[in-house]
Design a protein around this ligand. Structure first.
Ligand SMILES: C[S@@+](CC[C@H](N)C(=O)[O-])C[C@H]1O[C@@H](n2cnc3c(N)ncnc32)[C@H](O)[C@@H]1O
Length: 297
């Protein structure tokens, strides 16, 4: 691997180069091939802006040179995907999903467990978990509803393409302002307020950390292994970035990881219409298997 040579260190001023038509086409094809992420023509300036720092760090003068580099360097591909992924997220995003869980789906799971149809275990996958707000929200809700003291086991599997956001999610530290997104009882029980050098920060406590597992996983991989089946798969605000042609395959892999009575949660502007007819909406953006499935796991 070639060592990084920042242009400034070589005494050469860095000018952001233009992204030529050919280089834009080549780089976006590579991104779509590797990650499934489709960048339309109007994302050209965004792509150039997000990759400028990589060119600067590597001491490269053109995007053509960058394409040559990233084509043959696996580690640089990971860094490129880190730069281009959009990671906006919030704690308890899309409150109607949490209402559906608490009012309908959790009571159904409890009833099945009481009847002995399923074990007292809840497994959730946050696919495209970004900096962790989604899986930590789920873990807090699950630990409250399904306590170990009543014999339940809770597991939250959290994955993302970007190593940068996964590091942040594992770290589990956020600016204290994010605390306002978390309902008071969860905040008090599961989060710690930073003091001293950590003033202005909020840290996830040990109880919630113990049920979370983080892993890098590219949803565009033809075959990936994930420890399913899951009762709930959250893949919210991720499909929106994929090329339309890739969605049926990506959704097929997600739904195969769902338990027979499980649900798939998508983001507020996402739909399975035109992608698969094997799933039916429970509410808009939440889907269950279309054909009735046996209740055991
Ligand atoms: C906008 S965030 C959504 C975060 C969270 N699910 C939510 O709704 O708040 C989209 C996430 O999808 C991830 N992502 C994009 N392409 C991916 C892929 N091919 N495989 C796995 N994750 C991907 C991005 O890195 C990013 O963290």
């Amino acid at each position: 691997m070639v060592a990084e040579a920042p242009a400034e260190r070589l005494g050469v001023p860095f000018y952001a180069p233009p992204l030529a038509d050919r280089d834009f086409r080549l780089i976006r094809e590579l991104i779509e091939q590797v990650a499934g992420i489709h960048l339309s023509d109007c994302k050209r300036a965004l792509l150039a802006g997000r990759l400028n720092n990589r060119l600067r760090s590597l001491g490269l003068q053109t995007f053509g040179e960058y394409y040559a580099r990233v084509s043959e360097d696996e580690a640089e591909r990971v860094r490129m995907l880190d730069c281009i992924s959009t990671n906006e997220t919030h704690f308890f995003r899309e409150p109607e999903h949490f209402k559906l869980l608490e009012n309908t789906l959790f009571p159904q799971l409890e009833r099945q467990a009481e009847l002995g149809a399923i074990p007292k275990r809840v497994r959730v996958w946050s696919a495209g978990c970004s900096t962790g707000e989604e899986p930590y929200s789920l873990a807090m809700v699950l630990l409250t509803k399904f306590p170990a003291s009543r014999g339940w086991t809770v597991e939250v599997h959290a994955t993302d393409l970007s190593t940068r956001v996964l590091d942040a999610a594992r770290n589990g530290v956020w600016p204290i302002q994010r605390a306002s997104e978390i309902p008071e009882p969860y905040l008090k029980r599961f989060m710690l307020r930073g003091t001293g050098s950590q003033t202005g920060k909020m840290r996830a406590g040990d109880e919630v950390r113990t049920v979370l597992r983080f892993e890098r996983l590219n949803l565009n991989d033809e075959t990936y292994r994930v420890a399913g089946p899951f009762d709930f798969v959250f893949c919210r605000n991720v499909l929106i970035y994929f090329a339309q042609a890739a969605k049926p395959r990506i959704v097929g892999q997600l739904t195969r990881c769902l338990s027979p009575s499980g649900c798939l949660f998508l983001g507020h502007s996402e739909t399975l219409a035109g992608i698969t007819n094997t799933m039916r909406p429970v509410i808009p953006t939440v889907y269950a298997h279309a054909t009735p499935a046996p209740q055991s796991r």
